[in-house]
Design a binder for this molecule. Structure first.
Ligand SMILES: Cc1cc2nc3c(=O)[nH]c(=O)nc-3n(C[C@H](O)[C@H](O)[C@H](O)COP(=O)(O)OP(=O)(O)OC[C@H]3O[C@@H](n4cnc5c(N)ncnc54)[C@H](O)[C@@H]3O)c2cc1C
Length: 296
């Protein structure tokens, strides 16, 4: 289907991009990789008067790894994340999740900023930034601010971003080497959006008991969710068969999915528990990221 008509601008400075968005007062949209926006235009789910292309804005494609954590520019593409060997130790959960995103061609264009701004409830990255306590640094006509992932996703395809705000970078806290983690996803075909996925991690105290557990679930609600009741099951216990079983049951009880064309609510509820169970088994196994990639 042909796209609706629009004006096009390709600014070379962030301030210029913000000014263009502000001048159009909600009737201009950013374009990053175009992998979500172009289908939205084709289906007339969006029809902005102007597209503001971010590709010439400098410094948005940087990957910075420091003792304080990992910072990804908003225009970092999926292929950049998978191609950067440093990230496999600096943030293995991130890398494992990205290996489930879409297909080779889409991973060559799609960006992390575009995915987070698009806020598809079945997309991996909104769930990962939430589960990992990441923050989004954004700039708009009122200036710069930082939005915690917990405050960012408001509903399906809806975020806390104002219409003139641009995500500049995504900041992940440091990832200790000994952290236990797992990412599991079930999709109908390799590269499809998740029917359900779970991201889990925890640290361990001196006695090998879990602490600071984080459990995120993707694809079973109108936005990604943390599951505090599952985290409470894990904290203070050794992650053994009994604990994993209780966590699985708690995850199924905590979600409230709707039935849709892909699956019944009942099926998705069971699947959420299964994803958490499998992700915890991976966390216990402590296998390196190279053996946990869902790549084509
Ligand atoms: C066939 C197919 C399969 C796919 N499968 C998956 C999948 O399994 N998992 C998955 O997660 N994704 C999947 N995707 C989506 C893909 O990952 C997209 O690349 C991603 O969701 C959006 O990134 P983008 O750079 O293409 O953004 P665009 O399409 O360019 O933009 C998306 C939205 O974000 C806004 N935006 C872009 N950049 C910024 C920014 N810096 N600040 C503020 N707003 C911004 C745009 O205005 C637009 O509203 C799939 C896409 C296709 C076509």
């Amino acid at each position: 289907m042909k796209l609706p008509p629009f004006e096009y601008a390709c600014p070379t400075a962030l301030s210029e991009a913000v000014a263009l968005l502000a001048a159009h007062d909600g009737d201009a949209k950013l374009i990053a990789g175009g992998q979500s926006l172009v289908p939205m235009l084709a289906f007339r789910l969006a029809a902005p008067a102007m597209l503001v292309d971010l590709r010439k804005v400098p410094d948005l494609r940087k990957i910075d790894i420091a003792a304080s954590g990992v910072t990804l520019g908003a225009m970092v593409r999926w292929c950049d994340i998978l191609g950067d060997a440093r990230l496999r130790t600096a943030h293995p959960l991130l890398v494992a999740a990205v290996s489930h995103v879409a297909h080779y061609q889409i991973r060559n264009r799609g960006t992390i900023g575009g995915s987070i701004a698009h806020a598809d409830p079945a997309a991996e990255m909104p769930g990962i930034v939430l589960a990992c306590d990441a923050e989004m640094a954004v700039v708009g006509k009122a200036g710069a601010r930082v939005i915690k992932a917990a405050d960012f996703f408001i509903g399906p395809l809806t975020t806390a971003l104002a219409s003139d705000e641009i995500i500049v970078e995504i900041r992940f806290p440091a990832w200790p080497a000994q952290r236990r983690w797992g990412f599991q996803e079930f999709a109908r075909r390799r590269g499809d959006f998740a029917m359900a996925a779970a991201a889990v991690w925890y640290d361990q105290d001196g006695g090998g008991k879990a602490k600071d557990a984080h459990v995120g679930i993707i694809g079973v609600g109108d936005r990604p969710q943390r599951l505090p009741s599952v985290e409470a099951v894990l904290n203070g216990l050794a992650v053994d068969e009994a604990t994993i079983g209780r966590a699985e049951a708690a995850a199924s009880a905590a979600v409230d999915p709707q039935s849709d064309i892909h699956a019944s609510a009942e099926y998705r509820r069971a699947l959420a528990g299964t994803m958490v169970e499998r992700a915890l088994r991976d966390a216990v196994s402590a296998a390196p990221v190279s053996t946990r990639l869902g790549e084509e």
